[in-house]
Write a protein that binds this ligand. Structure first.
Ligand code: GDG
Length: 454
C-alpha cells in the first residue's frame, strides 16, 4: 500500500490514547493511523523566520511542522486565507478584503508547504491536501518536480462562479487548483460550481465521471461528503464519566434544552439565530419559562477583524434578549463564549431536545451529524438544520430552515418542541441510516481510492 502524505494548515496536537478530535483532524488521523504516513502542516508557532521543525514521530505517523514568520502569518493566514477566501467561499463577499501582497504571501506559504513535502516524499506516495489554505499547493509541488498523485479535499463550499470571480486573483487560483489530480467537494452543488467556472471561464471541457480537461491536462472532480464516527459519538455521549456535566445540567435545569454549538464565525449564522430565537419568544409565548437556549461558541480567529466584531455584537444581543425576556427564575439564553472537551460535548448533545444548526453557508457541518449520532434512538431530539449546510443534502429528514427567515425558524422551533415521539423516531432513524452509509471511514476510503486511480 502506498504511504499517505497528508497536508493541512494545522497538524492536530496528537497524543496517543487521547479521544479523537472532530472533522478534518479525525479523518486525517484515521487514515494515517491505518496505513502509516506523514502529516505536514503549520505548527501554530510564529517565529522570526519561517522555518521547518525536526520530524516528530507519534506511532506510525511522522509529523513535519513549519513555523511561520509574522509576515507570512499575516499575509497567508489572517490575510488571503481568512479575510479573502473564507468569506468569499461562504458567499459573504461584503466581508471579504483583498490585497495583492496577501495573495503573494499565500502563494509563498503554499511554496513552503510544497518544499517541505518535496523533501520527504517517495515516488509512490499519495499526497492528500486539505482545504482552502492550500489551493496553490499542487502547482507549487509540480514546479518542484514532484510527479506523484496529488489530491485536494475542500472542506468549505465552492461558490457560484460569479461570486468566486469577485476575488481579483480568481483566474490564477483556478489555474493552480487544476494542477491537482483530484479535487474533492462536499456536495454536488460545490462540484458543479467549480466545473462551471472551468468550462465557462477557463475554456475547459467536462468529460465523463467528473473529469475536466483544461490547461493542457486532465483532472478528476468528485463529491465526498465527510461523515462522523457514528458509534463512537454515541459511546462518548453515554459514558457515565463523560456525562457528569450533562447530568449536573439536567438536575439544575428544569426547562427543555435547545442547543447550538459553533466556532464563533459569521458563516455559522449566530446573529440571525439569536434574532430568530427572540422572534420565537415573541410569537410563541407559551414556551417562555419552559425552554432554555444554550449557545456554545468557542472563539476562533480572534485576530481577524470581523471575528472581533461578531463577538462583541453577540454579547450585546444575548444581554439584550435576556434583559427583555428573563424572569426572576428564568433566563432564556445561555451564551457560553468558550469551548468544552469533546467528551463533555457529546453528552450535552444527547441531553438537548432540539439541536439548532443554522449556518448561512457551510461545507458540511459536523455538529449536525454529531447531534444525530449522540441521540437516544428510542427518544431522540429534533434537528433544526439550515438548508445551506452541506449536511442538508443527506439529513433531509431534519426540519430544514432558511437561516435568513426569522419567522420560519421560529415556527420550526415550535414544531420541533411539539413533535410527537413517533415522528421524532422516524426522522432520526432515517438520518442515522444515511450517516452510517456515509461514514467517516467511507469518506476517507473513497477519496483515497479515487486518488489512487489514474
Ligand atoms: C470545516 C467546515 C466541515 C465545536 N465546538 C467545540 C468542538 N467543536 C467541534 C464540533 C465539530 C467541529 O468542532 C466543527 O466542525 P463543523 O463541521 O461544524 O465546522 P468547521 O469547524 O467550520 O469545519 C465544515 C468541516 O470542516 C469538516 O469537513 O463540515 O463545513 O467549515 O466536530 O464537535 N470541539 C471541542 N470543543 C468545543 O467547544 N472539543
Amino acid at each position: 500500500m502506498p504511504r499517505l502524505v497528508a497536508v493541512s494548515n494545522r497538524v492536530a496536537p496528537i497524543q496517543e490514547g487521547e479521544p479523537t478530535a472532530g472533522g478534518l483532524a479525525a479523518g486525517v488521523l484515521d487514515a494515517l493511523k491505518q496505513q502509516g504516513g506523514i502529516w505536514v502542516g503549520w505548527s501554530g508557532e510564529i517565529t522570526a523566520e519561517s522555518t521547518a521543525n525536526p520530524a516528530r514521530t507519534v506511532g506510525p505517523i511522522a509529523l513535519y511542522t513549519i513555523n511561520l514568520s509574522r509576515k507570512d502569518y499575516d499575509e497567508f493566514y489572517r490575510g488571503f486565507a481568512n479575510a479573502t477566501l473564507w468569506p468569499t467561499l461562504h458567499y459573504q463577499i461584503g466581508l471579504a478584503q483583498f490585497d495583492w501582497n496577501d495573495f503573494a504571501g499565500y502563494r509563498r506559504v503554499n511554496d513552503l508547504f510544497a518544499l517541505a513535502v518535496s523533501q520527504v516524499v517517495r515516488s509512490d506516495d499519495l499526497i492528500w491536501a486539505h482545504d482552502y489554505h492550500l489551493l496553490c499547493f499542487a502547482e507549487a509541488l509540480r514546479a518542484a518536480g514532484v510527479t506523484n498523485r496529488i489530491g485536494l479535499f475542500l472542506h468549505t463550499p465552492f461558490p457560484a462562479p460569479a461570486v468566486f470571480m469577485t476575488i481579483p486573483s480568481h483566474a490564477a487560483l483556478i489555474r493552480a487548483m487544476c494542477a491537482f489530480d483530484l479535487l474533492g467537494f462536499q456536495t454536488e452543488t460545490d462540484r458543479t460550481a467549480f466545473s462551471d467556472y472551468v468550462v465557462r471561464q477557463a475554456g475547459g471541457k467536462a468529460g465523463h465521471n467528473g473529469t475536466l480537461h483544461v490547461f493542457g491536462r486532465s483532472l478528476r472532480t468528485g463529491v465526498f461528503p465527510i461523515g462522523v464516527h457514528v458509534d463512537e459519538v454515541r459511546v462518548q455521549a453515554e459514558d457515565p464519566v463523560n456525562r457528569r456535566l450533562a447530568t449536573r445540567l439536567r438536575t439544575t435545569l428544569r426547562e427543555r434544552l435547545i442547543l447550538s454549538v459553533d466556532r464563533l464565525d459569521y458563516s455559522k449564522g449566530l446573529r440571525q439565530r439569536f434574532t430568530a430565537f427572540e422572534r420565537f419568544l415573541e410569537e410563541y409565548p407559551e414556551h417562555r419559562g419552559k425552554i432554555t437556549f444554550m449557545q456554545i461558541a468557542p472563539p476562533s480567529r480572534s485576530d481577524v477583524q470581523p471575528y472581533r466584531e461578531i463577538r462583541r455584537e453577540l454579547e450585546a444581543e444575548a444581554g439584550r434578549i435576556n434583559g427583555r425576556f428573563a424572569d426572576v427564575d428564568w433566563v432564556p439564553l445561555r451564551y457560553l463564549n468558550r469551548g468544552f472537551p469533546r467528551n463533555v460535548l457529546m453528552p450535552l448533545y444527547a441531553e438537548a431536545e432540539v439541536g439548532l444548526v443554522t449556518p448561512l453557508r457551510d461545507g458540511m457541518n459536523l455538529v449536525a451529524k454529531e447531534y444525530i449520532a449522540a441521540q437516544d434512538p428510542d427518544d431522540p431530539g429534533v434537528l433544526v438544520l439550515s438548508q445551506f449546510a452541506g449536511a442538508a443534502v443527506e439529513l433531509d429528514a431534519a426540519l430544514l430552515v432558511n437561516p435568513y427567515d426569522q419567522a420560519g425558524m421560529a415556527a420550526a422551533l415550535d414544531r420541533a418542541l411539539s413533535m410527537p415521539l413517533e415522528e421524532r423516531r422516524e426522522r432520526h432513524a432515517a438520518m442515522l441510516h444515511v450517516m452510517r452509509v456515509h461514514s467517516l471511514e467511507r469518506w476517507r476510503d473513497r477519496f483515497e481510492a479515487a486518488l489512487r486511480t489514474p
